[in-house]
Design a protein around this ligand. Structure first.
Ligand SMILES: [Fe+2]
Ligand SMILES: [Fe+2]
Length: 405
């Protein structure tokens, strides 16, 4: 079945340019064009769309209003906003129902890539449970400033490693975090790395991007305002899970891309906890207290108090912030991997196992129950108990090696 897409823009020139640009997509896309929001709404009332792309500034009903109406009348559509304005955060905040933001004029390949990514993340973006949590946020958490600046540099035609390293060097806390990681025993480097430029080279752009996002999100958490939440332990659990997930990928002889995705997904898998604790401190305190009192795992308590867990909330925001879809899916399902349609080795399998192994091998608190491994999913993915033991042993060795260093 073709993907049904509706483009709405008050400038007929823009619409005909889009029509021309995507002429070659007619085999897979069924495209409709509307010159204003009202016409667009009438069209979706006849037959709903899979994706809606709306201009931000239109007379009468503007893009924000149109996408809000779309959310009500065509809730199954992915909503993309096209804007002449360059501030991603401002746009995502004013057009909160938008799943993705594209700058005008946009290149055909960029729009195609965004469309493909959005369709791959459809389940994450349209998850009703997340919608309820996001609707209660006073404002959407902004992406860390340095991460946004990094995305801008990387969006240039030929992004330079030097420019990336320069950005990181400007932020003392960030530079220290990146250098600390690259010098940790995990990377096993003989020489001490002291420049961000060398660190960026060694880690690779994707990992640096994820670190900047992770360190940025953790860095702005107000520890004093939330004493019951041990931020350092959570960050060290995330770093640990990232290392173990990558180790598992190496054991499985995964490609270097997949190894990277495993690392990044491990690093970011629990950012939803941070976001929930930061934005709803009182409610999250109740989650922690109930889990500590033995009423269930943190995950169960998140479902009880929020109706959604950190996995869905984290994945949704990472999706909005442009993180690779393989990573977002792994974050989304890391506690319920059985919902994934693909069995076999994937970043999801690696993170699901690494998360559990990290908790098992690094016991920081007996106060909380640990979520079990999904045995059915592991079996369906072809993982035998013996192979899991091999993973466990390798992870134990990796962690022991680091302790010695
Ligand atoms: Fe988790
Ligand atoms: Fe975790």
């Amino acid at each position: 079945m073709k993907t049904r897409i509706l483009f709405v823009d008050d400038e007929p020139n823009v619409l005909s340019a889009l029509r021309r640009m995507f002429h070659d997509m007619r085999g897979t896309w069924e495209m409709d064009f509307a010159v204003d929001g009202r016409t667009g709404l009438a069209m979706m009332a006849e037959q709903p769309y899979d994706v809606v792309v709306a201009d931000m500034r239109m007379p009468g009903m503007d893009g924000a209003m149109f996408l809000r109406e779309t959310q009500i009348h065509n809730p199954g559509a992915i909503r993309i906003v096209l804007s002449g304005h360059s501030d991603r955060d401002m746009i995502l905040e004013t057009v909160r129902p938008a799943h993705q933001f594209l700058r005008k004029p946009c290149q055909p390949d960029e729009l195609k890539a965004v469309m493909a990514r959005c369709l791959a993340l459809r389940e994450v973006f349209l998850d009703e449970r997340v919608k309820n949590v996001v609707a209660r946020l006073d404002s959407l958490p902004a992406v860390p400033r340095l991460y946004a600046a990094l995305l801008d540099v990387l969006a240039q035609e030929e992004p330079s490693m030097q420019a990336v390293a320069g950005l990181i060097a400007q932020d003392v806390g960030m530079a220290a975090g990146v250098l600390k990681l690259v010098n940790s025993a995990f990377f096993g480097l003989r020489d001490h790395v002291s420049s961000p430029a060398r660190a960026v080279n060694l880690l690779g752009l994707e990992v640096v991007k994820a670190l900047v996002l992770g360190i940025g999100l953790f860095g702005r958490f107000d520890k004093d305002a939330f004493r019951d939440f041990d931020l350092e332990k959570l960050w060290s659990h995330c770093l640990g899970t990232a290392r173990l997930a990558r180790e598992i990928a190496v054991l499985e002889d995964a490609s270097s891309d997949v190894r990277e995705y495993c690392y990044i997904a491990g690093l970011l898998h629990d950012v939803g906890k941070l976001i929930m604790a930061t934005n709803f401190p009182d409610l999250y305190r109740q989650v922690i207290a109930a889990a500590q009192a033995g009423e269930g795992t943190i995950l169960d308590m998140e479902h009880r108090f929020f109706g959604a867990s950190h996995a869905e909330v984290g994945a949704y925001l990472l999706g909005l912030w442009g993180v690779t879809d393989e990573v977002v899916r792994a974050v989304y399902l890391h506690h319920e991997p059985g919902r994934d349609r693909h069995a076999g080795f994937s970043p999801l399998l690696a993170v699901h196992a690494a998360n559990r192994l990290e908790h098992e091998l690094v016991v920081v608190s007996q106060d909380f129950a640990i979520n079990p491994l999904d045995d059915l999913y592991l079996t369906a993915s072809g993982l035998t108990p013996q192979r899991l033991d091999t993973w466990r042993d390798a992870c134990r060795q990796l962690l022991a090696g680091e302790d010695v260093a």
